[in-house]
Design a protein around this ligand. Structure first.
Ligand code: AMP
Length: 545
């Protein structure tokens, strides 16, 4: 091999941070606070505070590779953690504030977090599990909704006396930058360890015109939580380009988002379909109230964006949706739905239909789909198979080594999504191989609910599956078989589950059946349950109205 003679300049988030300081000091970062006021500062402030944070963490003993966890909403201090922690060589681990304390405890223990940085407003949640995470040495409180309680480290007081420049270490681009956990739909959550290189290449690609075209003149609003899959790389791409950033804090209701979009002249926003369904409905009610002329596109993904919603935004409000598919295991964007040059002359309905697919792979990501026996399938738009992906921001293994069966011997990652691929490479998700329930963009584990239900003394068998819901997309419904001669009321079953799960995980209803349908290998056949009862909640709502 004749080796190329170019520099091996490392691809690190430190470069993003330094670039922001050098060129974009005057760009703004705006964060909505719990009291709804807006906090503003510049990238110059952000850079100085990030350096101070790194000094403070180093003083507390944080070393390269250590995990520093965050339990925070989307705001500027979270951005400081997103950059300060990796740039000093440590790893930012984002904890999902919507999880049950038991799951959070498991995840923090698995990650062996040494420090947790928490919003004061989320301290009650942290206190429910922190005692069972022995690795945590310090809790740092961001005083978002009031002063830090006595005896706790206060983020602001901690960083205030520190120097506002930091001599960042030279990092290997393959070193870990960020740790994100999957939502544990089958068994325990699994850790995905993003590298500096994967974050950089992913952000760079998002900035391409053929992807989301993020640039310096944009104002980017990540509605998608920074605790879920790196907020789809928006914070990375934002700082890299020097775009203005607008963070919603804890206020994710449609009016607050629309106010932020209009007041800050947001040009790119990103979030799950549930959020945008609410926004569309409010816009339909008051179409003239918000000036959204600055808006270039809304990136929507995490679960399927309904075609009627994409069309509604475009036709009634002139707003363009970019439908995206991705997953925690890939930093996370894999495909984006954009019509191409050859589609220019298609009728509008067909172009819209393309926008409603999951799209085609973004550069550096490769896709294929395979049959149950692992045979690679044709791209004919009809044959269904499991989607597999590979590329520089696809996990090569899970942190801790679990789930090795998701990685094929020839170097692909099995996504668990069942898809068709058409001749032009457009992916359409037809089902999920795992019977997960996605409510408002967040996973609910059917297996965990079933196991708990089956622990009830009167229950013989239980299967929890997704029923359609107009607001949350999907909600859990439980099919229950009682032991002979026994029974329990809906209320009793709900009380039984309440002790173990957060409220939004609880099934919306229970159907009592003589037996659960099964597959040939004895597994619960949930597709049959969905077929029989998928409309149950919609029908129940109709009869209540
Ligand atoms: P997560 O790791 O929580 O981000 O979830 C990833 C999973 O969400 C994927 O494997 C898909 O099942 C689902 N998903 C993500 N984006 C989409 C989309 N645009 N359409 C349908 N499902 C999606």
């Amino acid at each position: 091999m004749l080796t190329g003679r170019m520099m091996d300049f490392p691809l690190t988030l430190t470069h993003f941070l330094e670039r922001a300081r050098t060129y974009f000091g005057r760009s703004e970062i705006v964060s909505r606070q719990p009291d709804k006021s807006l906090h503003r500062y510049t990238y110059a402030d952000f850079y100085r505070r990030t350096c101070k944070l790194a000094h403070a963490l180093a003083r507390l003993g944080v070393k390269p590779g250590d995990r520093v966890a965050s339990l925070c909403w989307n705001h500027s201090q979270h951005l400081e953690l997103y950059f300060g922690v990796p740039a000093m060589g440590a790893v930012i681990h984002t904890l999902n504030l919507r999880l049950h304390p038991n799951d959070l405890a498991y995840i923090a223990r698995h990650a062996e977090d040494r420090i947790v940085v928490v919003d004061r407003s989320l301290l009650p949640l942290l206190e429910k599990f922190i005692a069972s995470v022995p690795s945590v040495e310090h809790v740092i409180v961001i005083p978002d909704d009031g002063p830090t309680p006595e005896g706790r480290l206060d983020y602001e007081k901690l960083i205030a006396p520190e120097q506002d420049s930091f001599s960042w270490p030279q990092l290997d681009e393959r070193s870990a930058a960020m740790l994100c956990y999957t939502s544990g739909t089958t068994g325990n959550p699994k850790g995905v360890l993003y590298s500096h290189r994967s974050c950089v290449l992913h952000a760079l690609t998002l900035c391409m015109n053929d992807a989301l075209g993020i640039c310096e003149t944009d104002t980017v609003l990540p509605v998608v939580p920074m605790f879920h899959a790196a907020a789809w790389g928006m914070p990375h791409a934002g700082v890299f380009t020097g775009a203005k950033l607008a963070f919603p804090g804890p206020h994710l209701d449609p009016k607050s988002i629309l106010d932020l979009m209009a007041d800050e002249r947001v040009s790119l926003a990103a979030g799950v379909p549930t959020i945008w369904l609410g926004i569309l409905s409010l816009l339909d009610q008051e179409p003239k109230r918000w000036d959204l002329r600055a808006m270039r596109t809304m990136a929507i993904g995490g679960s399927a964006a309904p075609p009627a919603m994409i069309e509604g935004f475009l036709h009634r409000h002139g707003l363009v949706v970019t439908h995206a598919w991705g997953m925690t295991e890939m930093n996370p964007v894999g495909t984006l739905a954009r019509p191409r040059r050859q589609h220019e002359h298609l009728p509008q309905a067909e172009r819209l239909a393309l926008r409603a697919t999951q799209g085609y792979a973004i550069p550096l990501v490769e896709v294929r789909h395979v049959s149950d026996s692992g045979q690679v399938l044709p791209w004919d738009g009809e044959t269904m198979g499991e989607l597999e992906v590979r590329g520089p921001w696809v996990a090569s293994s899970y942190y801790g080594g679990e789930g090795a069966d998701r990685f094929t011997p020839d170097g692909w990652f099995k996504t668990g999504d069942v898809v068709t691929l058409d001749a032009e490479g457009y992916v359409r998700i037809t089902d999920r191989s795992k019977d997960v329930i996605k409510s408002g963009g967040e996973w609910i584990s059917s297996v965990a609910l079933e196991n708990a239900l089956m622990a009830h003394p009167a229950v013989l068998e239980a299967a929890v599956f997704a029923a359609k819901d107009p607001k949350w997309d999907e909600r859990p419904l439980a099919a229950v078989v009682f032991k002979p001669g026994q029974s329990a009321s809906r209320e009793e079953l709900a009380t039984h589950l309440e002790k173990r799960f957060v409220k939004w995980w609880l099934p919306d209803d229970y159907v009592f059946v003589p037996q659960i349908p099964r597959t040939s290998t004895g597994k619960f056949l949930k597709s049959k349950l969905r077929e029989d009862f998928g409309d149950h909640l919609v029908k129940r709502q109709r009869s209540n109205n």
